[in-house]
Design a binder for this molecule. Structure first.
Ligand code: NFC
Length: 551
């Protein structure tokens, strides 16, 4: 007899996610993913000036606080066929890299590591053994016995106080927790250090975005950020050098702590490399444009179907019809009027709530599809697409991770292992390792271009009479984001956001096919249905943002 479990709300995510599972014989046999709140931001921007849309839609989320602004201005620029100055591309790219670095560090340590790391068990660790182990993995200066002793003392005092704060209500002592106390102590130490490094990455966002969260400098036509190398009130050399220093510090943390930790946790939980694949169709878009039109990029995009990397198909530019023509959303199981599947420019958003009906409508999330297929998006999609396309930087870091993982596991780990719950963490850490190189690269490109005397950052947009349509895409921390706008006589007539977490949290579609969260849960082991830690592991590995998904 199947045991039904509802997790509502799922915590350590953004927004309101409800997960329902059926557990039979110690494993998940069925699953539903449901977005529990809708705000109607697409409707709020109707009739507004397209130049203002970014400021409204950026408020969709308090976590990915740059990405909707960027996708929005790109959508309007696309409708206008507006090329923006190269300085503006570089500034946007620096913001994008820094924001993703901040986001990925927070996701692993603060939002999901505690699904694998038993904080309370760290109290039993021998700090000397923990330091020896940590040093065998990485030369990071924080991996020393004095620091680990200090962290353990802090933790003891914390537990003794009975005020566990963010560690309250964890599944401590759960049978699925397998790490030795020394690894748990190392992870708690890195959890605390990660707080400092995510902040450094976010400082870079604030330097180029004016503030963070919710940047102020990305506008239709470029950036609102005057460049004057000698003037204190604008982007000057002192700010650029400070950002370079921050990037260097964050890079060291990502390469010496974050990536090695994820590889070590992956190795110690190697049984999990067989769980959590679900949907093996992947979609990523190219990003970090290297020219004014968006025709060449530092991060590649494309699609993979059925896990067949050899059949990868690239998405080449902002204007590539392969992306523009093949996105649609279905609402057969979503709380909107009708049961249609439509291209975003043709969609309407008319809410229609029916309560949770497992066989009917059960989520505020729509179900995006590409060429009619369910797609998984996110760092795993980007890394697999990049690898399949032979992208050098992706190959370098994937090969590095696979080699390290194989040596820790004591045998070759095939690339197929990436189609899994730990594989999503691994891919996110690999993406961070890449961005830790690409962020400073784009900052250098900006500095060199300024050095050549080019200070242009903005071209004014002009809106024609009649109807124009545009799409702006962006590879956000959680995956492919696209904003679709229809403009009539200079005002917004329709606006639709197809968001990374919408792709991944998608409910079933008109053909009854599950979305990526749902499919990834099926087959997961569950030791204790009253404490469904394993389901949380798989859901957290996607890094859900439901405020984005349902906007
Ligand atoms: Ni919020 Fe966002 C969600 C991202 O999927 N990345 O595009 C938006 O949030 O985290």
């Amino acid at each position: 007899m199947a045991h039904k479990v509802t997790i509502d709300p799922v915590t350590r995510i953004e927004g309101h996610l409800r997960i329902d599972i059926e557990v039979d014989g110690g494993q998940i046999t069925n699953a539903w993913s449901s977005g529990q709140m809708w705000r109607g931001i697409e409707l709020i921007v109707k009739g507004k000036d397209p130049k203002d849309a970014w400021a409204f839609v950026q408020r969709i989320c308090g976590v990915c606080t740059t990405v909707h602004a960027l996708a929005s201005v790109r959508a309007v620029e696309d409708a206008l066929n507006l090329e923006i100055p190269i300085n503006a591309q570089y500034v946007r790219n620096v913001i994008m890299a820094a924001h993703s670095l901040h986001d990925h560090i927070v996701h692993f340590y603060h939002l999901s590591a505690l699904d694998w790391v038993d904080v309370v068990s760290a109290l039993e660790a021998d700090p000397k053994k923990a330091a020896d182990l940590a040093q065998s993995i990485s030369p990071w200066p924080g991996n020393n016995v004095n620091r680990f002793r200090e962290v353990q003392e802090k933790l003891k005092a914390f537990v003794a106080s009975g005020q566990l704060g963010p560690f309250e209500n964890g599944y401590w002592g759960h049978p699925a927790m397998k790490l030795p106390p020394e690894v748990n102590l190392m992870a708690v130490s890195h959890y605390l250090e990660a707080l400092e490094y995510q902040y450094k990455a976010n400082q870079i966002v604030a330097i180029f975005g004016g503030k963070s969260p919710h940047i102020q400098t990305v506008v239709v036509g470029g950036v609102a950020l005057a460049i004057n190398p000698d003037n204190e009130a604008t982007l000057n050399m002192e700010r650029i050098l400070f950002a370079q220093k921050l990037f260097e510090e964050v890079k060291k943390f990502v390469h010496q702590v974050y990536l090695p930790d994820v590889i070590a946790v992956g190795a110690l939980y190697k049984d999990w490399l067989q769980y959590g694949a679900g949907v093996k169709n992947y979609l990523a878009v190219p990003d970090l444009p290297l020219d004014t039109k968006g025709e060449t990029f530092d991060l590649p995009g494309g699609t993979i179907f059925n896990g067949n990397l050899a059949g990868v198909k690239p998405i080449k530019s902002f204007k590539d019809p392969y992306f523009r023509e093949n996105v649609a959303e279905c609402i057969a199981h979503s709380w909107y009027e009708g049961d249609w599947t439509k291209h975003p420019w043709e969609e309407e958003t008319v809410p229609h709530y029916t309560d949770f009906q497992p066989d009917g409508k059960y989520s505020w999330s729509k179900a995006p599809r590409f060429k009619g297929e369910v797609m998984q998006v996110g760092p795993l999609a980007q890394v697999l697409v990049g690898y399949a396309l032979g992208h050098e930087l992706t190959k370098k870091w994937v090969d590095y991770a696979v080699e390290k993982l194989s040596s820790l596991v004591g045998g070759p780990v095939p690339l197929e292992a990436f189609h899994s719950t730990p594989g999503r963490h691994l891919a996110r850490a690999i993406r961070a390792a890449m961005l830790a190189e690409l962020g400073p690269k784009h900052l250098n490109l900006l500095t060199q271009n300024i050095g050549r005397g080019d200070l242009e950052v903005y071209v004014p947009p002009k809106f024609p009479k009649g109807v124009i349509k545009g799409v702006g895409f962006h590879e956000a921390p959680r995956g492919t984001l696209s904003h679709w706008v229809v403009i009539r006589d200079g005002r917004i007539e329709n606006y639709q956001c197809v968001v990374p977490s919408t792709w991944n949290m998608s409910p079933r579609d008109d053909k009854g096919r599950m979305g990526p969260y749902e499919a990834a849960l099926v087959g997961n082991p569950v030791a204790d249905p009253e404490k469904p830690l394993e389901a949380l592991r798989t859901i957290h590995s996607f890094d859900p943002c439901i405020a984005c998904a349902v906007h």
